[in-house]
Design a protein around this ligand. Structure first.
Ligand code: GRG
Length: 299
């Protein structure tokens, strides 16, 4: 995949921006309780592709949003994401020792600390959404809080994770697999896009519906590609243990439809996502480029 140079520099500048917002909103390492704050910073800072924040910034560009506002909304989503990774890596869940190319949080610190890191990051996410002004109307901002709460909860990411844990060793039908992944991974990706969008001007229902279709396609595509990379990528490139799904006997797109069909499915989702953006013109350029990146990425 050749990444256009201007997209590369856009990605770099937004990654730098989100890093700096996260750095600012996380408690300093010398504030008590130091160990917890240090572990929270370890879990969040200095690594990760920042795909969700990038999507939030791109959606904010479409709705003419203030980037400072989007930065806070994006940081809230990234806190939820980081918490989910820390908890997912715990011995009672996926039991992994490597994340983002370094020891997982419970390995670097300890299990109780890692549990608290996740809890505290989840709280921080909602603190951010309520502490800073992100929308002109308070009611609109309250909707944003609810959007993230639903996406992270039992009807979203946590629910998807519950299904994931129950599915080990089982063969799932395509609709069941899709249901699991739309919740486990797709819900938070969709929330990132909708939150970024809502930091800006209100869109009519038709336009909102189109962005929502884009968000759903991209959320699912992200997971389909994640399944392919888990099966085909290397631990060194991914920065996390490759081949875990097969080792743990988890149903995935690869185990259900094979690598070639999974790739074709991801490509189909990419085209559907791009079709949903038709008519938005240049305002949707970054969302289009991110759709390409998410589906064609190698890590
Ligand atoms: C523990 C409530 C709870 C939920 C966990 C997100 C999740 C649910 C589990 C993570 C396991 C996993 C590998 C899911 C597949 C997709 C995914 C979220 C991959 C990691 O996201 P990236 O690739 O990670 O955006 P980086 O490190 O780049 O931020």
């Amino acid at each position: 995949m050749t990444v256009p140079a201007d997209f590369q520099s856009w990605v770099h500048s937004r990654q730098t921006r989100i890093e700096s917002v996260l750095e600012t909103v996380l408690a300093a390492p010398d504030i008590a309780p130091q160990r917890l704050h240090q572990a929270m910073r370890y879990a969040v800072l200095g690594a990760g592709k920042r795909v969700r924040p990038l999507l939030a910034f791109a959606a904010g560009e479409l709705s003419g949003a203030d980037e400072e506002r989007v930065g806070i909304a994006a940081a809230a989503v990234e806190c939820i994401h980081a918490y989910s990774l820390v908890h997912d890596d715990l011995p009672c869940m996926d039991d992994d020792v490597l994340r983002r190319g370094r020891p997982t949080c419970h390995v670097e610190y300890d299990e109780p600390t890692a549990l608290l890191v996740g809890d505290a990051l989840q709280s921080l996410a909602f603190q951010l959404l309520s502490e800073y002004r992100l929308a002109n109307e308070p009611a609109r901002q309250l909707e944003m809080v609810k959007l993230l709460a639903v996406a992270a909860g039992s009807r979203g990411m946590a629910g998807g994770q519950a299904i994931d844990l129950e599915s080990v060793g089982k063969a799932l039908s395509m609709p069941e697999l899709e249901f699991m992944h739309i919740h486990k991974t797709g819900a938070l990706i969709r929330a990132a896009i909708l939150l970024g969008l809502r930091c800006g001007d209100e869109l009519d229902n038709r336009a909102l519906g189109r962005i929502d279709s884009y968000a759903k396609c991209i959320g699912l595509a992200f997971q389909v590609v994640d399944d392919v990379l888990d099966a085909q990528g290397s631990t060194a490139t991914l920065g996390k243990t490759a081949g875990k799904d097969a080792e743990q006997n988890k149903p995935t797109y690869v185990s259900t439809m094979g690598v070639a069909e999974s790739r074709a499915f991801a490509e189909d989702l990419r085209l559907q996502a791009l079709a949903a953006l038709e008519g938005f013109g240049d305002r949707a350029l970054r969302l289009r480029q991110l759709a390409d990146f998410i589906v064609l990425r190698k890590f």
